[in-house]
Design a protein around this ligand. Sequence first.
Ligand code: MN
Ligand code: MN
Length: 323
Amino acid sequence: MSQSTDRPEPVDAAVTPRFGAIPTFMRLPHIPDPAKLDIALVGVPWDGGTTNRAGARHGPREIRNMSSFMRKVHHVSRIAPYELARVADLGDAPVNPIDLMDSLARIEAFFAKVHAAGAMPLSAGGDHLITLPIFRAIARQRPIGMVHVDAHSDTNDRYFGNNKYTHGTPFRRAVEEGLLDPKRTIQIGIRGSIYSADDMAFAEGAGMRVVYMEEFAAIGVHKVIAEARRVAGEGPTYVSFDVDGLDPVYAPGTGTPEIGGLTTLEAQHLIRGLQGLDLIGGDVVEVSPPFDPSGNTALVGATMMFEILCVLAEAHHRRAKRR
Ligand code: MN
Ligand code: MN
């Protein structure tokens, strides 16, 4: 384990005000070398998997901007992520806005370098298809578990003829490719009208635990946390947070909004409740700033990214102590 002396720190807001300087994730330095990091904050400005309203390609830049609101210590858990892990803004993964397959290859190659360097990725999308090339980069050695917050299961098969790759298909592909263990996967907040009555047959048939929004409302966030911990178990677990899991009252800036969703506070409780799991990375996806000129959805995205960062840093710290 490297020593703690080279841990990056955010720009000091008492010296340079939050509205000043160049925006990076959490006002951390931009360090393009993942070997210097335990947790790499990465933008993936790509929405070529979007089937309806595009715009999530603009997510990383606006999340960086709004992340200037984030301070250094979590107010409930008291986790100070920059004291527990080396964290910085690694920059953006390379993408090709006019070529889907080329983008998947570029994103995977980028994250493969992050993974090989031993850094955990925490990414800002981008649409939800970006999670598939990330899994290809970090889950080849063994299938991983996932805590997935979303209005949608994202386990459809094909769109527009024979197209296997959209933001509605990543987790079906991930199971087929042996990257995602469906029995260690929990989907939380699922709702909205569906294409056909058997839309959920793949997810449920494969053994994913699906917490529909109606069950979430009936049992409450703390029982859902217990269920997420049971499903994820002891193994390596990724957190994928689609901002449309939230009610569009809180996060209107997204391509596929569905009413009747989680509150921001429920989502914050949920992420905090994952502390102690063997977390290996995460993402916040589908923030689409053009649909929210107020900027609040990007603030929600930045804040959820900080929530995930805190539990990732704590997981890193626990593993480092064991070594
Ligand atoms: Mn999704
Ligand atoms: Mn969704």
